[in-house]
Design a protein around this ligand. Structure first.
Ligand code: MV4
Length: 447
């Protein structure tokens, strides 16, 4: 097992990884930009190293600075958290080249899943059906027309290097195709430095359901059930649940069996998440994420499994030590992502935290690096806290969430807490019958 882990991240996820390291008796090294000198993840680490100025590209994305910090502190492994370098295959390779362990999948699997066309091809070859679409990158309108003709309009153009919805273009019919294709390619090139795009059949009212998996070095693969991330705004998830209000236990079993055997076949290792669109009782694979996800706590709450502990143990070569049949799904969990933003306009709201009180009691968890006196800077993601509740049923979890939101006080900046207080009171939310478009209409006042 590792003696010392460098955590190449900041904020709540840096604390999240530190907590597990402490429980495992592993020392922690924090890295930070000059903007984060007073941050909680620096205060609570055993050691810290300043790696650069505030812009992420000069600090939290600065591979040479992070590797130097790992070497001078005598760290044995690097946990990347989520975002930043967590899905950077080149970084994972550099970590290994310096005789350090990257706590995550092998570079080849990060690279494979980073190419969304390749990810769909590989998963399809192992029996996980993707959304119908083009099997290769599309470069000209004629190839696009031929592909669209095969599975029919409307189609969606996506960036091969993308993910997360950036640069997507819906095409209603053949007359719009050439124009939208040019637009999508230009956007993909500007955003990802790669203008490869692909086409998919556009599903008009899907839910977003994802499956958490764990795979060890010995080839044992288990799933930890699904998360429902249907409530998104502009491709940013706002509220996630485990399990999905739309799914029956038998459907979870069917999906889990398919997905785990596919990942075993490709030799995947560590934690991963398969993303699906779910519409009319059918799952269609769209992407795989090769990192710990922001919404992982809801899975931890219903399974009792510490995902960061499993990531560290797997990276150290230890076996999972349990089988699929040993995993129990207990109750229901909901997470709200609380951002430092105006709850109506979503304009970022940096500033000093003047007072802070977090909720507690049975079934309440808060993952946050906030404290009274901290200055929230405008340099990074606006996520400042995750409020997670767990209860025996979804209805009880919603009631618990409402009271936990009422207890939560974050004074000095604007946050999205008032938006969540509204959502939990809406009958459509309680019914669980919405699709990915519902929240957008709710926040804009269209419904
Ligand atoms: C889709 C889709 C419908 N059809 N793909 C958005 C983020 C990325 N992970 C995948 N996304 C989608 N892919 C096909 N073939 C719908 C979404 C989608 C979405 C689309 C428009 C507006 C809001 C959305 C929210 C979640 C998912």
């Amino acid at each position: 097992m590792f003696q010392k882990i460098l955590i190449a991240n900041r904020g709540e996820v840096a604390l999240r990884v530190q907590r597990t390291c402490r429980e495992l008796g592993i020392r922690t090294v924090a890295v930070h930009s000059t903007a984060d000198a007073e941050a909680m993840h620096v205060r609570l680490a055993d050691e810290s190293v300043c790696i650069g100025p505030p812009p992420a590209r000069d600090s939290y994305l600065n591979m040479a600075a992070i590797l130097s910090a790992a070497i001078i502190t005598g760290s044995d492994a690097i946990h990347p958290g989520y975002g930043f370098l967590s899905e950077n295959a080149e970084f994972a390779e550099m970590v290994a080249a310096h005789d350090l362990t990257f706590i995550g999948p092998a570079p080849q699997h990060i690279r494979m899943m980073g190419d969304k066309i390749e990810a769909k091809r590989v998963m399809a070859a192992h029996g996980v059906l993707p959304v119908p679409g083009s099997s290769r990158a599309i470069t000209d309108a004629r190839a696009a027309e031929a592909a669209a003709g095969q599975f029919g309009y409307p189609v969606l153009i996506k960036a091969a290097a993308g993910g997360g919805g950036r640069g997507m273009q819906v095409v209603q019919g053949p007359r719009e195709l050439a124009e939208r294709l040019a637009l999508a390619r230009a956007e993909a090139g500007a955003a990802f430095g790669d203008d490869a795009v692909y086409l998919e059949k556009y599903l008009d009212r899907p839910r977003h359901i994802e499956l958490q998996v764990l795979a060890d070095a010995a080839g044992n693969v288990v799933h930890l059930g699904e998360r429902d991330c249907t409530l998104q705004r502009r491709h940013q998830k706002l509220l996630e649940e485990a399990g999905s209000p739309a799914l029956a236990p038998a459907e979870r079993e069917r999906l889990g069996t398919l997905a785990t055997s596919a990942l075993a076949a490709i030799g995947y290792r560590n934690a991963g998440t398969l993303e699906f669109l779910y519409q009319d009782g059918e799952f269609a694979f769209i992407e795989m994420n090769t990192r710990l996800q922001v919404e992982h706590p809801v899975t931890e709450m219903i399974t009792g499994i510490d995902l960061v502990r499993e990531q560290i143990r797997i990276a150290a070569g230890e076996p999972l030590g349990y089988r699929q049949a040993d995993i129990r799904f207990d109750g229901h969990a909901i997470e709200c992502r609380i951002n430092a933003e105006n709850p109506i306009s979503f304009v970022p709201s940096p500033g000093r935290i003047l007072a802070y009180h977090s909720p507690g009691g049975l079934g309440v968890r808060v993952d946050s690096a906030l404290y009274a006196g901290l200055v929230v800077t405008p340099f990074y993601d606006s996520l400042v806290a995750k409020l997670i509740v767990h209860a025996r049923s979804r209805a009880e979890a919603i009631a618990r969430l409402a009271r936990a939101i009422d207890e939560f006080a974050i004074i000095g900046i604007e946050t999205t807490l008032p938006l969540f207080r509204k959502i939990v009171d809406v009958p459509e939310f309680a019914s669980g019958t919405y699709n990915v478009h519902w929240l957008e209409r709710f926040v804009t006042g269209t419904i």
